[in-house]
Write a protein that binds this ligand. Sequence first.
Ligand code: AMP
Ligand code: FE
Ligand code: FE
Ligand code: ZN
Length: 283
Amino acid sequence: MAFVDLHLHSRFSDGTYAPEEVAAQAQRYGLAAIALTDHDSVEGCPETERACAAVGIEFIAGIELTSEQEENELHILGYCIDTHNARLLTEIARFQAVRQNRIREMVERLNRLRVPLSVDAVFALANCRAPGRPHVARALVAARLCGSLDEAFERFLKKNRPAWVPKFKMSGEKALELIHQAGGVAVLAHPGLNRTDQVIPGMVEAGLDGIECFHTKHSTVTTERYLELADRFHLLVTGGSDCHGLNKGKPLIGTVRVPYQHVEKLKARAAEIKTAALPHASP
Ligand code: AMP
Ligand code: FE
Ligand code: FE
Ligand code: ZN
């Protein structure tokens, strides 16, 4: 049987792998298809697609958007998106600007705490449009201002710690709409992590296409619960490791084995969404 991993991050958001490494690791674990789902970014998609093609792995262009619905944080995955879609690119450029300004503000806070980190050091290390807290943590360690990434988060960067800065989030409905108009399939990421079951019916009403049932942090019981929920609401099933490379201990790619059949269904839905979006397609 063929397996896939539909939730991977690269160095273009908060992962550490370059596109070639993502493809090489996918090949090492014998995956038939992968999706790149960087936070607020599609910057890594073209290169990852090329690297996958070179080793005979099917590539699915994806993204992970952070949203908020009824005060719950929801991560929405978009699959088979058109990475050249003008509105998608305009909107994510705004979220990338928010991320970059947030880095400046976090560094200012650190400086006020007499931690002499430079904002240029963080941007140089991040070297991408969608930098985040892991880059600040890595820059703190590189400058020997913290002993470890854990220490950086514990002392400064975790929610409500002194250098933490909240981040603006779009609504869940907006995330769905943005993905759909870019021809993509919208999937609720790791619902077991955010404990957001109560918002699922409303999100289904708003057009949610699927649930990420298989995830590194879902227990077997949790996975079963979401498989049942997906069945009840007629939703697609997806899954992935949420691998961030070497950022959080050992790489997770290949540890969640999702059967290929889910990719077939995902692609069929993407084709429907794209047809519906054509001007003369619907009666
Ligand atoms: P951001 O999008 O900038 O808020 O950063 C979120 C990223 O930081 C996610 O990939 C998290 O996994 C990572 N992160 C959050 N808390 C911690 C922590 N305590 N230790 C290590 N990484 C963390
Ligand atoms: Fe992440
Ligand atoms: Fe997530
Ligand atoms: Zn993720």
